[in-house]
Design a protein around this ligand. Structure first.
Ligand SMILES: Cc1cc2nc3c(=O)[nH]c(=O)nc-3n(C[C@H](O)[C@H](O)[C@H](O)COP(=O)(O)O)c2cc1C
Length: 370
């Protein structure tokens, strides 16, 4: 059993990449990520004109975190040294770069290529800062920025996407046409974490980017849409917490995945844990490589028009007395589930087959065979 993948023509020992963030903001941090088992790393966003980061800039809640951090505060010259330091150890390094014009993009791409990185990720999806979001959502600008980067270097170029756009598949196609070798998605989502109601004050002083478990459903949808729209490989990012999440992304077409918030919250040890669980699962299921499962779930993902209306209703397999739970009864908007002699029963004449109770059933007794 091998977890190795070929991504943009580069062989990775496994599909787990540490995403652009402070976790990859220096050579020593990158080395820690590689020692912890990561297949590759994407550097924190490197820019031409370094600016100090604001304070405070990160806050978390139960489903993830908001950050208002912009870019790496290391200069290009400092990055040359850091990249040399990690390449010495044979790490696969993807440089995440940001530039606002095609000529600046070409300059940055050539620079990091010369530093010895294996590939480039265009970090043009940051949802906060000054109008940077426009970079990804304007088709012509996106084409020019991507094409300029691709034409300036010999190494592969990947473009990082935001779901904060209305023309996702058109943008993906334009990036493919411009010669990009891959698309990664998603960057953080524009957010306000919350308001401290006693102080009548927002948690962080400006709009930020939300990441973590809470964004996973949005990221999965973005990855599926991009996978269906283009042929170039896709790297899935957003709320990956365990091996099951990795499999979800791969089954929706991703070739690699990137992790950030769960590593910030739990440490790099999470990487090894996920790799062991992933390998065990694949072996148990009789798969010989990740390629066997890539895109498998896309077959079940239909357009709305393709879904036929069938008379499905919820069924219960076994007996349940709703002890310490009863979520199916409380949440049934059709009043179809009740307790009869301390046993859960479903009124077939009232059940409309919505499926909510099935997804809430922790004991996995309820089912709906669609
Ligand atoms: C504190 C923090 C800093 C980040 N910095 C960058 C960055 O420099 N460049 C970038 O492209 N994405 C950056 N990201 C976004 C992540 O790379 C990733 O796309 C996003 O967090 C979603 O993945 P996650 O849910 O696993 O965190 C940052 C995220 C966090 C939480």
């Amino acid at each position: 059993m091998s977890l190795s993948v070929n991504f943009m023509g580069i062989k990775l020992n496994n599909p787990i990449i540490v995403a652009a963030s402070p976790l990859t903001g220096s050579g020593s941090m990158i080395r820690k990520a590689i020692d912890a088992g990561a297949g590759a790393v994407v550097t924190q966003t490197i820019i031409n004109e370094v600016r100090p980061n604001v304070r405070p800039r990160i806050a978390a809640n139960s489903l993830g975190m908001q950050n208002i951090e912009l870019y790496s505060d290391l200069t290009l010259e400092e990055w040359e040294r850091e990249i040399y330091y990690v390449k010495e150890k044979g790490a696969v390094v993807i440089a995440n770069i940001l530039a606002h014009t095609p000529s600046e993009m070409a300059y940055m791409a050539k620079k990091v290529e010369r530093f010895g990185v294996d590939a480039i990720e265009l970090g043009i999806s940051i949802p906060h800062g000054e109008g940077v979001e426009l970079l990804i959502s304007d088709i012509e600008r996106l084409y020019n920025l991507t094409k300029m980067a691709v034409d300036s270097v010999k190494i592969p170029v990947m473009v990082k996407f935001s779901p904060n756009v209305s023309n996702l598949t058109a943008l993906a196609k334009v990036v493919e046409k411009a010669g990009a070798s891959a698309i990664s998605a998603i960057d953080t989502l524009r957010s306000i974490l919350g308001v401290d109601i006693d102080k009548a004050k927002v948690m962080l002083p400006t709009y930020g980017g939300y990441s973590g478990e809470g964004i996973r459903p949005i990221a999965l949808a973005t990855i599926a849409s991009i996978s269906q729209a283009v042929k170039i490989p896709v790297s899935g990012i957003g709320g990956i917490e365990n091996y099951k999440n990795v499999i979800e992304y791969i089954m929706l077409g991703a070739s690699t995945v990137q992790l950030c918030t769960s590593l910030i919250m739990n440490g790099y040890g999470k990487i090894r844990e996920i790799l062991v669980d992933l390998e065990n699962w694949l072996e148990q299921k009789g798969y010989s490589s990740l390629e066997d499962i890539r895109g498998q779930a896309l077959v079940s993902l239909k357009s709305f028009e393709e879904i036929s209306i069938e008379p499905y209703i919820a069924k219960i397999n076994g007996k349940c007395n709703a002890e310490n739970c009863g979520r199916c009864i409380k949440s049934c908007m059709y009043d179809a589930i009740s307790l009869n002699n301390d046993i859960i029963v479903i009124d077939d004449s009232k059940c409309t087959g919505c499926g909510l109770c099935v997804s809430l059933c922790e004991k996995k007794l309820l089912f709906l065979d669609w």
